[in-house]
Ligand binder design. Structure first.
Ligand code: ATP
Length: 432
């Protein structure tokens, strides 16, 4: 699939727009339109349901984006959150040094400068005075907000090790070279779980979370053959990690990371204890000793998952383009149409749409040829459509159309909500 076709669909149909579009956009920043925001909400809601609501031993939180500057000294970001970069002396493009082969510019083959550090954190100032003393950062990850509140959550939530804290929120990185559409952005959203364990349980919990996370990707409909788990080589490991795997997706631009799962050991809590002077240990009743918990982290990018879902669902057929989203994540669940914009048909369709709207995301459309209306829903990934036609006025049945097979069956209008529910969630699509 050519990425530019998906980019065009996303803009045309209201999934993704360049940020500040009328001013020509801003590099590495994207806006989600009416459908994009629904898809994003579905992704975040399914993650939260899976990671927090379905577990007794995980709680959520929501930290501020601006944090005390010492947080980033303790975490190691101030000292080490740099990407070495090179500039092309001819075309002036900039690249990450580790992404360049043969010391030649990947764009024009020109000569490159020596690698230089590029600070990835965005700086800003707290209060009216600008200067070193008031410099703070836009958080480059959500994880530190969890680590610094570990003590409060432990005291207040009646949780005991092993337990987790989950968070969804914005993160910012001044990426040298934002590219591949939304894949590498400068402003993006993360969904992170920090799971705190006793020091001996690392391998068991690490394997557990890798399995759980892979299962989730399959549950939300990502094709299994396009997913893999790749373990980091020792030289790739971040300074805090003992072991790390990436969940990767097979994009047209190669296998790329969607989520990192890392054994961070006790690095973060020990560092924050050192820098803040606050005790972040747990007491083990059996041994009578205190210990600093270890952490298994599962850190996923919302925007990358969204892009994955779009790429994975996109199919071109001779007569139509279709997004084959799982009904669980589709931004619109059901389209409702009168065959013609005539009062008895339109009135009945309006009634049906109002009934369906109580349980599903609906889209009402009464203009244009019916075939065109179906194609439009196929292109935005709506799993089914309900059409009111002249037969409806005789026997109170409507057609229910399946996006994937394009087959239609007649179902009773009075049971429409349960018929649509069965179609979407029971897995028995159109078995007559
Ligand atoms: P990469 O190597 O691709 O830069 P990373 O290893 O630095 O990613 P992490 O720090 O592990 O990424 O962040 C966790 C997750 O946050 C990533 O798996 C990804 O989904 C998301 N993420 C990180 N950077 C970006 C970005 N610039 N744009 C969009 N999502 C991002």
């Amino acid at each position: 699939m050519e990425m530019k076709k998906l980019v065009s669909l996303c803009k045309r149909r209201g999934y993704i727009y360049p940020s500040s579009d009328i001013y020509g956009g801003i590099n590495g920043c994207w806006d989600y339109g009416p459908l994009g925001v629904e898809l994003k909400r579905n992704v975040k809601q399914l993650w939260w349901k899976e990671m927090v609501h379905s577990r007794r031993n995980v709680v959520g939180m929501d930290a501020s984006i601006l944090m005390h500057p010492d947080v980033w000294k303790a975490s190691g970001h101030v000292d080490s959150f740099f990407d070495p970069m090179v500039d092309c002396k001819s075309c002036k493009k900039r690249f990450r040094a580790d992404e360049v082969e043969d010391k030649k510019c990947p764009a024009c083959g020109g000569e490159l400068t020596e690698p230089r550090s590029f600070e990835l954190m965005f700086k800003t100032f707290l209060g009216a005075v600008e200067g070193t003393a008031s410099t703070i950062y836009l958080r480059p990850e959500t994880a530190q907000g969890i680590f610094v509140q570990f003590g409060n959550v432990l005291n207040d939530s009646r949780q005991k090790i092993p337990f987790g804290i989950a968070q969804i929120g914005k993160a910012f990185r001044n990426e040298i070279n934002p590219r591949n559409y939304t894949f590498r952005s400068r402003e993006f959203e993360q969904m992170e779980l920090e799971f705190f364990i006793a020091p001996s349980g690392n391998k068991e919990w690490f394997d557990y979370w890798v399995n759980q996370r892979m299962k989730w990707y399959k549950d939300i409909g990502v094709k299994e053959e396009n997913l893999r788990v790749r373990e980091h080589r020792p030289e790739e490991l971040a300074h805090y990690a003992k072991k790390c795997v990436d969940v990767e997706y097979n994009f047209s631009f190669g296998w790329q990371e969607l989520e990192g799962i890392a054994d961070r050991q006790d690095f973060d809590l020990s560092q924050h204890t050192k820098f803040s002077g606050k005790n972040l240990t747990c007491y083990d009743e059996e041994s009578g000793q205190s210990f600093t918990p270890h952490v298994i982290e599962a850190s996923a990018g919302v925007d990358r998952i969204l892009l994955t879902l779009l790429v994975d669902a996109y199919e071109e057929e001779p007569e139509r383009t279709v997004l084959r989203f799982s009904p669980k994540i589709a931004p619109v669940s059901v389209g409702v149409f009168p065959l013609l914009r005539k009062p008895p048909l339109a009135e009945k369709a309006t009634q049906i749409e109002a009934t369906l709207r109580e349980c599903f995301r609906t889209f009402y459309d009464e203009t244009g040829a019916i075939g065109r209306r179906y194609r439009r829903q196929d292109e935005i990934g709506t799993p089914c459509c309900v059409t009111v036609d002249f037969q409806t006025l005789e026997d109170d049945t409507v057609t229910l159309r399946d996006r994937d097979s394009m087959e239609q069956i007649r179902v009773g209008a009075k049971d429409i909500a349960s018929e649509v529910w069965k179609f979407l969630y029971s897995g028995q699509r159109f078995r007559r």
